[in-house]
Each structure stands twice: as structure tokens, then as C-alpha cells.
Design a binder for this molecule. Structure first.
Ligand code: ADP
Ligand code: MG
Length: 670
């Protein structure tokens, strides 16, 4: 019924049926019964304007790069006002074939000031047609759905396809395996979601789909909890000889939070059911020592304990830390990463009961026979399947997941409700204070001078650059270019470079040289974000700081001020973005990870905070409802009821079984 070309585009986008296409709900709506008036200054959020194209032109700036601009003038139906906005599209060679003078356009985007002109770069746009009769059009004079793009199919055509499918689909095929809202069956809800009569109706129906989605999550959480309680693990942690000698060997006291977490872990480990615990602690809160304590308990009972780190660098670093603290107690530690020779350390270190490694650990058959505890560090960088992979192999060790991503408590309970949580909400004393300062339009000479002073005091520094997408217009300088410049600015000092594209052994070598003080200043992208610990590095200079996420900067600055020296985190920015400035001010004033997470939620909304690629949460479609606790509670009640009737979804609710998943999505700071 659709042209085969369109069917091919839809298939390429991953849709396998009409039902799946209809599940592609609008990402937003435009009320095309009234438009925003043309602004006369920049706007802080996107506006939706309707107007006529009065002029277009093509611009070039060499190397085949260029942009196309269209001047859109206020007004519709021939009645023009005086407002004017320039729309620009960069590196879109075909755009001039689409947008032409004389057309009537709807554009959507944020207005900014560029040399005194009001500009929208890369607006979403739609060309109106003469035959768009207000009376029956699905494109105009009504609430109009806007979809995430499907390659090859224009927004307008996609809307028509949705309309067509809704008319033709049998409502029975649109039903959900379980209707969360008997008052509004799914087929009807879909109709409303695509073509609502009002914005209020659109919101209400999205809430219904959010309920459906949260129900799926809660069903999984409740199911995993049930299953978990049915598993038998080992009773560990009765012997505490090693733990006691560890305590006695420490030159400092553990913090109250560390002690509390260790007590919670001991209690879990002594249970016959396996531990499944999440330890949340801000950067520098001392998670490693808690992990060590847990691993010592396991080893003391005679089994192996493993720690899995997300990267080679971190595994190496943990390995060194563990050896430093534990070898004096007679505990053997081995390193196991993919890079090592296959005749690996486990065999060389035949007596090692403690193994530190990367994913490679999961392929280590020898380890599994005897694995009592696995600690997973910085889970959010991992993907989600490790624990499930272990359980599938019939190993049910105690699991401790450590994360430095502060997630607001309500979210933890909803999404990770099957995990027990320990909170390290206190930092060890005697930390060098970190001074964070925003510098707007700082002179390079001043920055270099400050850096030189610090280096000559014997400190080391991170010089951090954002990742830059090729397609971005105003290219921020890349780490590699910056590295060359810094080498010239810092004659006589060793400057290093590290970024994600380097080979693992090269990265490792750079990190080793930095750790050992051979490299004084390390130019880097955000690869140093997680867990890296070089106590002598006390200066961090972030370039184009407005481009980083709040939580991300907080993670990054956790790398400095670890060795008792006063730390300096300098946030360089051009100050042009008001939101960017607001964000950076938060960091200047606030040092607490949870407070920052809350501010991040407030400034960006849960969707943007949690909805990034690698987190399993990017699959969540209705993150904007995550703050709707009533809805979350309702989802949980329905899930509990369903599982109460049918704990393994084998009978009455068998149709829901395909929804079940072994693992929870994990958050990440990006
Ligand atoms: P996290 O992994 O939570 O970011 P780490 O475990 O790496 O933190 O600890 C950060 C630093 O604090 C390390 O240098 C560690 O030696 C130190 N540290 C940890 N616990 C304490 C404590 N109770 N007292 C003093 N220093 C501590
Ligand atoms: Mg750590």
C-alpha cells in the first residue's frame, strides 16, 4: 500500500511492521493554529515561526565547505509583518533544491544573535503547500505531530504515512500484551498520540504510554528481585582475620560512610543468597577501599574475588593500588586483561586469589569455578550484560557494582529497585581543597603563566579538550592540535597527549609516564574521566568548558586535589552561551556530586541527563515523566499485581514474558 521506495526506507530504519511504525510516536507537537511571533532578540528556547522566504543565497568558505541561507519574513497568507529571521544550513548540499524564495515555511529552532542578525542554524522546517486546505489538512491549522527523522522520508510524508496506517490497521494488531489503562485501549491511545485534538490531550496520552513503559521496567525490576531471592549463593565473610589486619595496616581511619558500607556488605555476604549491591559514591569518596575490604572477606573464606574495571588503564591502576596495600598482608594479586599474553598471570601467579582485570575476566574459565565475589567498577561504562553473563554460565557470585554517577535517590529506587544500595556520602578528610574558577575569554598568556607557575612547584596538570564532531561548524580546536601548541608554550617540559583513538598500549604508556611524573602536562580528551588517580596532578584546565556536561566536569575535576595539594580547576569559556554560564557557575559554587546531579536534572531535564547513547536508559522514550512519582508508583503497583498472580509469567500473563530482561540499564555520566 506504500510505494516500495518508502517501504525500503522504513525497513532500513528498522521498522518491521505497521505496528512498529505506529510505535514511532511524535517527539513533540506544534500547535499550528497559532505560531510564535517573530522575536526581536535571541531566545533561550526554540520557537515555532511561520513565514515566507524572501531571499536565499549560497555561501562558501573554502575546502568545499559552505552554507545555505534563507531569509524568512513574518507573515502568512500574504499578510507580512516586519520580523525577519535568517535560517542557515551548513554542509547540506541539497538544501537549495528544497528551500526557495516565494515558499511558505514553518521553521522551528532557537534564535541567536550573529553579528547583529537574528539567526536560526539548522532549523527544523517544513514547506507548506498551496493545497494545504486548513479544513481537512493534517499538516496545518491543528496540533501537528513532529517525529524523529526517518532517513529518506520527509517529515510531512511521515505524518501522512502515520495517518494512513491508523486508518488501515486492525485495532487488534495494535493491542499491547497487557493493557495498563483499560479506560484507553492502546489502539485508541495511538490514534490520539499521533493526532491529538489539543496539547492537553497529547500530554495525557503520552503519560499513558509512559505508564506502559514504566510498567515494563517495574515488571523487570520486580521479576529480577523475585528471581534473585530464589538463587542460592555461598555464605562468605565469616572469617575476618584478613579484614582486621587490613584495618590495622591502614595509616588512616576509614570514614563513617566507608565503615557503614562495609558493614552492609558483610551482612549481605553472610546471607546464603547472593549479594546484589550498588555502591554509589562521588569521585574521591574512597570506593576502592570498600571494594578491597569486600574482596578480602571473600578471599578469607577461601574463594577467589575479582574486580572488573572498564578500561585497561583503570585495571592497571587498581592492580598497582591493590598490590601496594594488600601484598604486605600476604595477599597475592593478579592482573588479567586482554592485552596480556595468554600464558597469563593467573598461571604465573598460581597462588593469586584476587584478580583485577577488564572484560577479559568474563572469558576466564579458571576463575569461575571458584569465584565468590565480583566487584564491577564504574558500571556505567560497561554496557549492562556482565552479571547476566555470569549467571548464564551458572556462576552466582556476590556482586558489588561501584558507580561514581550520582543518581537522584528516587530514580535509583525506580530503575535499580532490584539492587540494594550503599551510599558513600562522605569524603575522607585531609583532602586538598579544589578551587574551581570560571574564566571568560581568558588570555592565553595568562593561562600559560599560571600553568608554568604550578609546574615549577612540581605539580602536574591535565589540559582537557572536548570531543569535537567533524560536522560541527565552529570547530573547537582538537586535542591533537592543542598538543602541538602546548609543546611550544611549555619549552623544557614534557607534554603528553592522550585520547580515545590511541591504541590501548600507547594509552597505557602515556598514563604510566604521567603517573610516574615524567610527563608534566597531559593534553587529553575526556578519556581521563573515570577513576584515574594521579595524586600529584593538581591542576586541570578545561577548554571550551561550556561544551561539557555538568556531571562530566564534576567527574573530571575529581581527578585533581587527590594528593593533599590545593587543586585548581579552571573552566575556560567564551561566555557566549547563557545556559553554559549558568552551568559553569553551579560548578564554581558547589562541590557535592548529588547536588550537582540535581542541578543537572533541573537545568537539562531527566531526558538529557540520563538519555545518552551508552546508558540502557536511552531506550527509554518517556524520560520526561521520570519525575512523575505518582506515575512511577502506579507502574510499580500494576507490576506487583501482575507478578503476584503469576510470579514467573508462565500462565495468565505469558504474553509478557518476552519483556523480561536479566539486567537493569545502567546510568552513565557523559
Ligand atoms: P573513588 O574511587 O571513590 O573515586 P578512591 O577509592 O580512589 O576514590 O580514593 C580516593 C583517594 O582517597 C585515594 O587516594 C585514597 O587513597 C584516599 N582515601 C580513601 N579512603 C580514605 C580515608 N578513609 N582516609 C584518607 N584517605 C582515603
Ligand atoms: Mg574509583
Amino acid at each position: 500500500m506504500l510505494p516500495s521506495k518508502e517501504v525500503a526506507f522504513l525497513a532500513a530504519a528498522g521498522f518491521r511492521s505497521a505496528t512498529e511504525i505506529l510505535d514511532h510516536l511524535p517527539k513533540r507537537y506544534e500547535d499550528r493554529r497559532r505560531f510564535d511571533s517573530f522575536p526581536n532578540q535571541p531566545t533561550s528556547s526554540a520557537v515555532c515561526l511561520r513565514g515566507g522566504v524572501i531571499d536565499t543565497s549560497k555561501r562558501h568558505f573554502g575546502q568545499g565547505r559552505g552554507f545555505y541561507e534563507a531569509i524568512v519574513m513574518d507573515g502568512s497568507g500574504g499578510v507580512f509583518g516586519s520580523g525577519k529571521i535568517t535560517c542557515r544550513w551548513f554542509n547540506m548540499p541539497f538544501i537549495h533544491k528544497l528551500v526557495a524564495t516565494g515558499q511558505e515555511l514553518i521553521v522551528y529552532g532557537k534564535v541567536k544573535d550573529f553579528n547583529g542578525r537574528l539567526i536560526i542554524d539548522h532549523p527544523e522546517f517544513e514547506i507548506l503547500r498551496d493545497d494545504d486546505e486548513p479544513s481537512d489538512s493534517i499538516h496545518i491549522e491543528r496540533i501537528v505531530p513532529i517525529y524523529r527523522n526517518v532517513a529518506g522520508i520527509a517529515q510531512r510524508r511521515l505524518r501522512e504515512i502515520m495517518h494512513l496506517l491508523l486508518l488501515q490497521c486492525d485495532p487488534a494488531t495494535l493491542a499491547a500484551p497487557f493493557d495498563v489503562d483499560s479506560a484507553m485501549p492502546r489502539a485508541q491511545a495511538l490514534r490520539t498520540a499521533h493526532f491529538p485534538e489539543s496539547l492537553a490531550e497529547a500530554h495525557a496520552v503520552r503519560r499513558r504510554f509512559a505508564l506502559e513503559e514504566f510498567f515494563g521496567i517495574q515488571l523487570n525490576v520486580a521479576w529480577r528481585r523475585t528471581r534473585h531471592l530464589e538463587q542460592t549463593g555461598r555464605v562468605l565473610g565469616r572469617r575476618t582475620t584478613l579484614l582486621t589486619s587490613f584495618y590495622n595496616s591502614l595509616p588512616f581511619d576509614l570514614t563513617e560512610a566507608q565503615k557503614r558500607s562495609i558493614r552492609e556488605i558483610i551482612a549481605d555476604m553472610r546471607q546464603p543468597r547472593p549479594m546484589n549491591r550498588l555502591m554509589q559514591g562521588d569521585v574521591g569518596s574512597g570506593k576502592t577501599f570498600v571494594a578491597m575490604a569486600a574482596m578480602l572477606l571473600a578471599v578469607d573464606t577461601g574463594c577467589q574475588a575479582a574486580l572488573m574495571a572498564p578500561t585497561q588503564i583503570l585495571a592497571e591502576q587498581h592492580y598497582l593500588t591493590f598490590r601496594r596495600w594488600l601484598e604486605p598482608l600476604g595477599v597475592r594479586v593478579a592482573l588479567r586483561t586482554a592485552n596480556r599474553d595468554e600464558a597469563n598471570h593467573l598461571e604465573l601467579d598460581g597462588g593469586a586469589r584476587m584478580v583485577i582485570g577488564t572484560h577479559a575476566l568474563l572469558h576466564d574459565e579458571k576463575l569461575f569455578g571458584d569465584l565468590g565475589l565480583i566487584v564491577i567498577d564504574e558500571q556505567h561504562k560497561f554496557g549492562v550484560a556482565q552479571r547476566a553473563a555470569l549467571i548464564r554460565r551458572g556462576v552466582v557470585p556476590d556482586v558489588l557494582v561501584m558507580t561514581a554517577t550520582p543518581i537522584p535517590r528516587t530514580l535509583t529506587m525506580t530503575i535499580y529497585g532490584d539492587l540494594d544500595v550503599s551510599l558513600l556520602d562522605e569524603k575522607p578528610p585531609g583532602r586538598g581543597k579544589i578551587i574551581t574558577a570560571v574564566r571568560v575569554g581568558a588570555k592565553q598568556a595568562d593561562v600559560t603563566k599560571f600553568l608554568k607557575e604550578q609546574l615549577s612547584k612540581g605539580r602536574q596538570a591535565y589540559l582537557v579538550y572536548p570531543l569535537v564532531e567533524e560536522s560541527e561548524i565552529l570547530k573547537a580546536e582538537s586535542a591533537t592540535e592543542a598538543y602541538e601548541k602546548w609543546r611550544k608554550r611549555l619549552p623544557g617540559r614534557e607534554v603528553g597527549l592522550i585520547h580515545g583513538k590511541l591504541k590501548p598500549d600507547v594509552k597505557e604508556e602515556v598514563m604510566r609516564r604521567f603517573r610516574e611524573g615524567e610527563i608534566a602536562a597531559l593534553v587529553s580528551t575526556t578519556v581521563i574521566e573515570v577513576g584515574v588517580d594521579v595524586p600529584n596532578a593538581s591542576v586541570m584546565i578545561l577548554h571550551h568548558a561550556e561544551r561539557f556536561g555538568l556531571a562530566q566536569i564534576h567527574q573530571l575535576r575529581g581527578r585533581i586535589g587527590r594528593g593533599g595539594h590545593k587543586g585548581y580547576c579552571v573552566l575556560l569559556t567564551d561566555g557566549r552561551s547563557p545556559e553554559g554560564m549558568e552551568k559553569l557557575k553551579v560548578l564554581e559554587q558547589c562541590a557535592d556530586g548529588f547536588e550537582i546531579a540535581e542541578a543537572d536534572l533541573r537545568l537539562r531535564g531527566p531526558g538529557d541527563v540520563l538519555g545518552t547513547q551508552q546508558s540502557g536508559l536511552s531506550d527509554l522514550r518517556f524520560t520526561d515523566f521520570l519525575a512523575d512519582t505518582a506515575l512511577l508508583r502506579q507502574a510499580r503497583e500494576i507490576a506487583d499485581r501482575v507478578l503476584g498472580e503469576d510470579p514467573h509469567l508462565l500462565g495468565v500473563h505469558a504474553a509478557l514474558r518476552p519483556l523480561l530482561q536479566d539486567t537493569a540499564p545502567m546510568p552513565m555520566a557523559h
